[in-house]
Design a binder for this molecule. Structure first.
Ligand code: PA5
Length: 443
């Protein structure tokens, strides 16, 4: 993985950048020493290097059991218990679901859409399916709802005994409701460590099990993260440390009024990586009335919708492009006798070459339009490079949050909507909140 800041540096105030660059060493050290805010959630820092072959073999063995039995594996989870596995799987899966002998992996528990759930039940009708229920707490409404429906359907289809073998719970070690249920029912379980927050949990069984189920190489994924853990450690000086450089640059731009960072891809398979990244940075930095707003676009698709805004709208944005050097497959631009679209000058070229020129042209145009541009390049879309990318962004996020002066590891704001929702639904224990919200609505 390479980071190129050439097209961002000219936009940043040199003094501010130098000051922030100097501060990254201390910020990175806080992740190591555990003396910073949120230090009870630093289990992710050395997670990659602590993963053993034995542990990966256990995850793989469980995945193999599910893969052998199920046509469809439903992964239930939301937020940090959802986006990581989906990001990796969607980046590596066949775009249109032609995944050979691999079971189809689908996702549930990440919304409260009645039609979504009804469609899911229809999809599962008559199929053999397994469930991975991912929830640290076990009380998250979206996931608990989906799990109730899925468990009931599975038990009705194959019987309670057989269903037990087809359900795996990924949850906390002892406290949560999902742990209690798993113990009572006798499900196979994996632990989400207490000191790893949801958005940093993709390299725990939260991500690894569902990724192995989809047929992807979790050893290579972890190896990529391990190498990036070394490349971003406290012993790596600023000029060689991509996490510190990225963290310093985005904070320098933010201090100069660039309030929105747009993560950009030119590969549709990276769409969910961007969703994962948005949660990582959004939940980590958006607090205390501070924080860069993390947005994302899929190019070239969104050049035909958001391109105008980015080129000529308010100059409060910067872009970070995640670029993949080589496509995995080959398609050539076809020749056409009539050439009515005037595109025969491209005939015979790799489509990826055309895409790369779209990427370069877009980056230059946006820089000319006043949008600072950072470039993160990986050689190819595979497990190893995704592992690198994941840990790079995690480490950069920790450093960046400390530079910003927030606790990057809590998310107190996500409770506000839940409080209102439970009050509106008359949840027992919320009587006072229910009365208050009704009075407010009836005013
Ligand atoms: O990052 C987070 O903490 C959240 O996104 C949680 O992961 C999410 O709310 C799911 O919580 P749980 O795993 O308890 O169901």
């Amino acid at each position: 993985m390479k980071l190129n800041l050439e097209n961002a540096a000219s936009f940043a105030c040199a003094d501010k950048l130098a000051k922030l660059a100097a501060e990254t060493a201390a910020a990175n050290e806080l992740l190591e020493s555990g003396k910073g805010a949120g230090n009870d959630f630093l289990g992710w820092v050395h997670l990659p290097s602590s993963i053993t072959d034995e542990f990966l073999a256990e995850v793989q063995a469980t995945a193999n059991l599910l893969r052998e039995t199920a046509e469809i594996i439903v992964v239930a989870g939301i937020g940090g218990s959802y986006l990581g596995p989906r990001a990796v799987n969607e980046a590596l899966d066949h775009t249109f679901g032609l995944n050979g002998n691999n079971p189809r992996v689908v996702y549930a528990g990440n919304n409260i859409g009645e039609d979504y759930l009804a469609d899911l039940m229809e999809l599962l009708e008559g199929k053999t399916f397994a469930i991975i229920n991912i929830s640290k707490s076990g009380t998250t409404t979206e996931t608990a709802l989906a799990f109730r429906l899925l468990k009931t359907k599975l038990e009705a289809t194959v019987g309670k005994e057989a269903a037990r073998e087809l359900i795996v719970a990924v949850t906390d070690k002892e406290k949560g409701a999902a742990r209690k249920l798993a113990t009572k029912e006798g499900y196979k379980t994996f632990v989400i460590p207490d000191n790893v927050g949801g958005r940093f949990s993709v390299l725990t069984p939260v991500g690894l099990l569902a990724i192995a189920c989809a047929g992807h190489d979790i050893k290579a994924l972890v190896k990529g993260a391990q190498d990036m853990e070394k490349a971003t450690g406290v012993d790596v000086p600023y000029d060689q440390n991509p996490a510190c450089q990225y963290a310093a640059m985005r904070n320098a731009l933010y201090q100069d009024g660039k309030k929105i960072e747009i993560l950009v891809n030119f590969q549709p398979k990276l769409h969910y990586m961007m969703e994962w990244w948005k949660q990582l940075f959004g939940e980590s930095e958006g607090k205390d009335l501070k924080g860069i707003y993390p947005a994302s676009v899929d190019f070239t698709t969104d050049l035909h919708s958001m391109g105008q805004w980015i080129q000529e709208g308010e100059r409060t944005i910067f872009e970070t492009v995640v670029s993949v050097e080589k496509a995995n497959k080959t398609v050539l631009f076809p020749h056409d006798e009539e050439n009515l679209d005037g595109l025969n000058f491209l005939a015979g070229k790799r489509v990826d070459e055309v895409n790369k020129m779209a990427e370069l042209g877009t980056r230059l145009a946006h820089v000319d339009g006043g949008v600072p541009n950072m470039l993160v390049t990986i050689p190819v879309l595979d497990e190893y490079n995704l592992g690198q990318l994941i840990y790079f962004f995690e480490r950069a996020c920790g450093v960046s949050g400390y530079l910003l002066g927030v606790n990057p590891f809590n998310q107190p704001g996500v409770e506000a909507y839940k409080k209102n929702m439970f009050a509106l639904l008359n949840k027992p224990g919320y009587e006072a909140e229910s009365a208050a919200i009704l009075a407010r609505l009836n005013k």
